[in-house]
Design a protein around this ligand. Structure first.
Ligand code: CDP
Ligand code: MG
Length: 823
């Protein structure tokens, strides 16, 4: 028949009824697949009793009317000229050939797993097939299709694309909903939303009442939200026999998901891509003559070598790379940096622009800072000459919006498109005209060390599956070329798949969600995951939530915890925002939270480090605080922007304009979130929430509330201060901190944003705080074992005060609790 491969379960068993597939055997067939099942399956129409009574009849006729209207509209649309052009495009997609099989599988199975190469049309076509079918069969009134996306920008871009394919505007039958933003209407039958939005929807409606089809996209990425949603859905399916679930995955690992859902049938869409020639680092070096002798970076990274790099160093380069020139072999030998060598990316880019014919270039970088650096360089005409010949576009998951047209459209013939992307362009977003891919081989990956309670977001080597995806991006419309900036030997040693996010991330946000969805104890719930996380990680997360006061002793949500559940940010950042709005230092809270959630706007130029450090210190003034330096830098940037001299300001002060802009957007999002939950009233003047915004002691106290239990004790040792933490003992201040040059700190404690382990354990971005801030805003207070004073952090911090001071502090804290309860 067609090219479709059906691997598990015989979905073509005929129209006699549901196919007994393990785990979904008593699924209620959805009402009729193009007539094939309309007799066999149960009718999902009003029961006889309802049908005879007046109002139900009315309801039925109004539903029928709606269905008829939508059908008529769809038929008209299909007949139009523009829709025919679109249809011609759609029919060429590999997914189109599987349309009949797919619809039939969905009609008779509760769960279907679909896999296929990126770009084959899963996301844009499969939900659309269901939509068209439901409308054509006059079932539109009862049809409510939801398709989840891991990222905001793909939800927007895909719904826009489908609306265009259907010749509609977005928000008619196809819409989207992402955090704080939606385009949908009463007509909307197919809704794209982020996985996070669906999870929050589940809080209100645990049965997903009214949803007829749910498609979960990009499950191969093994994101935490998707893994979490799958546990919930597996429990929900027996209660919602009429709900249809489609799981969509890019790579071949579909069997695992099928097994998880009781051997659900799998449809594989065979894809085609043009051949892509591939070059590894050794070939790139031959071509570009780029010397890698960055001794500085080499020395920096030596202590912290990752296994893949170390493996490469054990190889005898001369015997392995005989056919390459001497300079290439020398460069390979010097190649040992665990950091991304941006110079190498630049050399590759220059090479393509100079020697290769037209065609868009897609560059995979590790994250926002590489993207920004490269973007600033090209736009500043420092790299490829006159930048007006290039359309340079950043593409990053946390960008609030993307410019649809620019990303997907072909640029004018005198311009070359260059997209600087993170791994988001691996599978969620397909840019058709890409001919050249530059793959740095790394991606920022969170990792979590449960024993030391260390969480890091560091660039690390990607998996073979990702490398394969990246290469494939070059062959969408014609044969392409992929430049891999790492040796073949490293590729060979890469793991097949990346570890799922749930196994390498701190779990506190997830735990809060589990609690707010009332899914029982966290540990027993998470044990049901596709790959359950380490019990120690679960325990750490629960402990942290208790420490910051989000959960009580019996693991129930406190008032603070309930507010934190409604804020889709890290609980610590959420707490900072809440405290900032209650204590009227809202603007500083928004600014600092946005930098913590996004990234630091200070750039670190390797050769001008001293000037950069001095600029940062000048923002901090007398405060021993990176957070206040950042706050002041942001405020000065806003002033400079009002005067139209923000570019120069950023250049002079070593700040990234792109990051500052992103922070500004994020601040607005946070403000909307706080408004949504009633902590900010936008009709009131901003001043009302900022009475203490210039009071830096107050701002430090707010920081303490947000960053606790990230606290170290400052102990005087002669002419210096030594820093100690509860978990790991002595720590150092990160060299990039304004506090790195301070010998003696005026106040006895320090809060910090992050602890990182390289040559020693460093605390990044720190603020010196008073004991009062800690007593008032730190986590839970325990009476000291000796009976005098208070203990915090399990006895690590001890405050001896008189009983009256102690009582006063307790009173003040209970007032704060009341404030939270009242909201
Ligand atoms: O989900 P999957 O990776 O299988 O493919 P898709 O996202 O449905 O994309 C199918 C085709 O539609 C690709 O060739 C895309 O380039 C194209 N597309 C587009 O032109 N504009 C969009 N906004 C989304 C997809
Ligand atoms: Mg897709």
């Amino acid at each position: 028949s067609t090219e479709t491969e059906i691997r598990v379960g015989n979905i073509l068993a005929g129209s006699s009824g549901p196919v007994p597939v393990n785990g979904s055997s008593d699924a209620v067939p959805r009402n009729g697949y193009s007539g094939a099942l309309s007799q066999g399956g149960k009718q999902i129409l009003p029961s006889e009793k309802e049908a005879n009574s007046g109002p139900a009849l009315e309801l039925r006729t109004s539903k029928e009317k709606l269905s008829a209207v939508l059908k008529e509209k769809q038929e008209k649309m299909m007949a139009s000229g523009s829709s025919k052009v679109m249809l011609a495009f759609r029919e060429k997609l590999p997914a189109y050939k599987t349309k009949a099989e797919f619809l039939k599988a969905v009609a008779i199975n509760q769960v279907v797993v679909v896999s296929g190469e990126t770009g084959c049309g899963k996301t844009t076509q499969l939900p659309q097939f269901i939509l068209e079918e439901e409308i054509a069969c006059l079932r539109a009134a009862d049809c409510n299709i939801i398709c989840t996306q891991p990222r905001r920008i793909s939800a927007i871009s895909v719904s826009a694309r489908i609306a265009a394919e259907r010749g509609e505007s977005i928000g008619e039958t196809v819409g989207y909903q992402i955090r704080l933003e939606a385009k949908r209407s009463a007509q909307t039958r197919l809704l794209f939303c982020t996985t996070g939005v669906l999870l929050r929807q589940l809080v209100q409606d645990p049965n997903l009442t009214g949803v007829s089809h749910l498609l979960v996209d990009e499950i191969h990425e093994r994101g935490m939200n998707e893994d979490f949603l799958l546990i919930i859905l597996r429990d929900l399916l027996p209660r919602r026999r009429d709900l249809r679930l489609v799981l969509m995955s890019a790579t071949i690992n579909a069997d695992m998901f099928s097994k998880y859902f009781g051997n659900a049938p799998t449809i594989h869409i065979p894809g085609f891509t043009f051949p892509v020639e591939e070059f590894f680092l050794e070939d790139v070096l031959e071509k570009t003559h780029y010397p890698i002798v960055s001794e500085f970076e080499r020395r920096q990274s030596e202590q912290n070598k990752d296994p893949l790099t170390a493996l490469f160093e054990e190889v005898d380069i001369n015997s392995h790379y005989k056919k390459y020139s001497k300079s290439t072999r020398q460069s390979l030998e010097a190649w040992s940096t665990t950091k991304l060598d941006l110079g190498l990316v630049e050399a590759g880019l220059e090479y393509i622009c100079r020697h290769e014919i037209d065609g868009a270039i897609l560059i995979f970088l590790t994250g926002w800072d590489d993207i920004t650096k490269l973007l600033d360089k090209i736009k500043g005409n420092c790299l490829l000459g006159n930048s007006s010949k290039f359309r340079v576009l950043p593409l990053h998951g946390s960008m609030p919006t993307i410019n649809q047209r620019e990303i997907f459209e072909r640029p004018p013939s005198n311009m070359r498109k260059i997209v600087l992307a993170t791994n988001i362009a691996e599978s969620s977003i397909t840019i058709d005209d890409v001919v050249y891919v530059i793959d740095c081989g790394k991606a920022k990956e969170t990792s979590y060390d449960a024993l030391n309670k260390l969480a890091c977001l560091l660039p690390s080597w990607i998996s073979k599956a990702s490398a394969h995806q990246r290469r494939g991006r070059a062959g969408r419309v014609q044969p392409g070329v992929c430049y891999r900036l790492y040796p073949k030997l490293v590729y060979d040693a890469m793991p097949q798949y990346q570890l799922p996010e749930i196994l390498r991330t701190p779990l506190q946000e997830l735990c809060l969600q589990i609690k707010s969805l009332q899914l029982g104890t966290v540990a027993s719930f998470l044990a049901k995951a596709l790959q359950p996380p380490d019990p120690l990680s679960v325990q750490n997360a629960i402990e942290l939530l208790k420490t910051i006061g989000a959960l009580d002793d019996v693991e129930e949500l406190t008032p603070l915890g309930r507010h934190l559940c409604t804020l889709p940010v890290d609980p610590n950042i959420g707490k900072m925002l809440l405290i900032g709005s209650i204590f009227q230092c809202l603007d500083p809270a928004l600014t600092i939270a946005s930098a913590l959630a996004h990234r630091d706007p200070f750039v670190l130029p390797i050769n001008r480090k001293e000037e950069a450090d001095a600029a940062k210190r000048s923002f901090a003034g007398d405060c021993c605080s990176d957070h206040i330096a950042l706050l002041k830098a942001f405020e000065s940037w806003k002033d400079a922007k009002r005067n139209g001299r923000d570019r120069a300001f950023c250049w002079e002060n070593f700040l990234s304009p792109v990051t500052l802009q992103m922070m500004d957007d994020m601040r607005n999002q946070f403000l909307d979130l706080l408004t949504n939950i009633g902590f900010v009233d936008k009709t009131k003047s901003r001043k009302e929430y900022n009475h203490y915004s210039d009071d830096l002691e107050m701002v430090s106290a707010m920081l303490c509330a947000g960053l606790y239990p990230n606290v170290v004790q400052c102990k005087r040792r002669g002419k210096r201060t030594a820093l100690y933490t509860k978990e790991v003992g002595k720590v150092d201040i990160h060299p990039a901190s304004v506090n790195a040059v301070v010998h003696l700190f005026p106040l006895p404690y320090m809060v910090y944003s992050e602890k990182v382990k390289t040559t020693s354990i460093y605390i990044r971005d720190s603020t010196n705080i008073s004991d009062y801030a800690l007593l008032l805003f730190g986590g839970s207070l325990l009476p000291s074992k000796t009976g005098e004073g208070i203990e915090m952090l399990g006895g690590y911090l001890h405050f001896s005060s008189s009983k009256s001071v102690l009582d006063l502090i307790k009173k003040l804290r209970s007032e704060l609790d009341k404030l939270l309860q009242r909201k």
